[in-house]
Design a protein around this ligand. Structure first.
Ligand SMILES: [Zn+2]
Length: 312
């Protein structure tokens, strides 16, 4: 299964312990995914539509544990796409518990309000639970091996704008954009995706994400180092090629013996070892010489070569 699928299922399985957070999370599921209308018998009913069993179970459990409401779950086959099923959690609201639910979720109207019920998410623990509900409803996170990308799709602009506010109160650096007929909130920065997974307590997804992120950053470091070493090697060889030419010109003009003894040894070593760096040549000299000492003598050889050129 995909990384996103696993992350979403992991998040769907988390049921918060505190009642304040349970209400916050349920308010997200209802605001994002529920509708309210009378059923066939005229009983006011909450219909929460989910894409998979784990999500439906979450809605069912929260309704039961937090408000003592019983639901029935129906699996519907989408007509046009044969393979895809949807899960509809149906909750009759003709009870005291039903009224409490609507009151606590700030849903007392005849239609579901697609907006954040701010009273339910005042505390930080509740904001996090709310985001878990939002992500369970319609979140996606790309596998970390690819581009860093987390998104949540909305079909209501008020809800999208509200959720963006909640996310940015938690410093998630989220952005809002439009794609086809949907609005979507996305996060591109890998650090912020990690923050999001941490906030919603998706421990396994977080661990996988971090592991891949570390491997990627190590690989980048190694690549940078290799590029750097290659560049240095390139420079050494370029310089060496020039030096070899220069020394050959001097030898052709004045002979090996025409070069003064303290420069001659270096000149001969360079001809024998065109791949070596100045530092390495310095170590081959007797007595050995530092890199800057070798560079100084090499500069002297160049002067000799220049003088010869001028004489010609
Ligand atoms: Zn809470």
């Amino acid at each position: 299964m995909s990384f996103s699928h696993d992350a979403r299922n992991e998040i769907a399985r988390i049921i918060p312990e505190k009642r304040c957070c349970q209400i916050a999370e349920l308010s997200a599921l209802v605001g994002m995914r529920a509708d309210i209308s009378p059923n066939r018998d005229g009983v006011l009913t909450l219909y929460t539509t989910m894409e998979n069993a784990a999500q439906a179970r979450k809605a069912y459990t929260l309704l039961k544990d937090t408000f003592g409401l019983s639901s029935t779950v129906h699996i519907l086959q989408k007509k046009r796409f044969k393979k895809s099923r949807i899960y509809r959690v149906e909750t009759p609201l003709d009870s005291a518990e039903g009224s409490v639910l609507l009151q606590e979720l700030g849903q007392l109207g005849s239609e579901i309000k697609r907006q954040v019920h701010w009273k339910a998410i005042r505390k930080n623990c509740c904001k996090r639970a709310f985001l878990r509900g939002v992500f369970t409803s319609s979140g996606f996170v790309n596998r970390p091996e690819g581009n860093y990308h987390l998104e949540i799709v909305f079909n209501d602009s008020r809800m999208a704008a509200d959720v963006l506010k909640v996310m940015n109160k938690l410093d998630l650096d989220a952005r809002l954009t439009e794609r086809k007929n949907n609005l979507l909130i996305y996060i591109k920065e890998s650090e912020r995706i990690v923050d999001f997974l941490r906030l919603v307590e998706a421990s396994n997804a977080l661990l996988d994400f971090e592991n891949v992120r570390i491997i990627k950053s190590m690989r980048n470091q190694v690549n940078r180092q290799v590029n750097c070493e290659t560049a240095n090697l390139g420079k050494t060889i370029d310089a060496s090629v020039r030096q070899v030419e220069m020394i050959k010109r001097i030898v052709a003009r004045v002979g090996v013996k025409g070069i003064s003894p303290h420069l001659r040894e270096l000149a001969m070593l360079r001809l024998d070892h065109p791949d070596s760096s100045l530092k390495e040549l310095g170590l081959m000299l007797d007595p050995p010489l530092t890199k800057s000492g070798v560079a100084y003598r090499m500069a002297k050889l160049e002067k000799v070569s220049d003088t010869i050129d001028q004489l010609e």
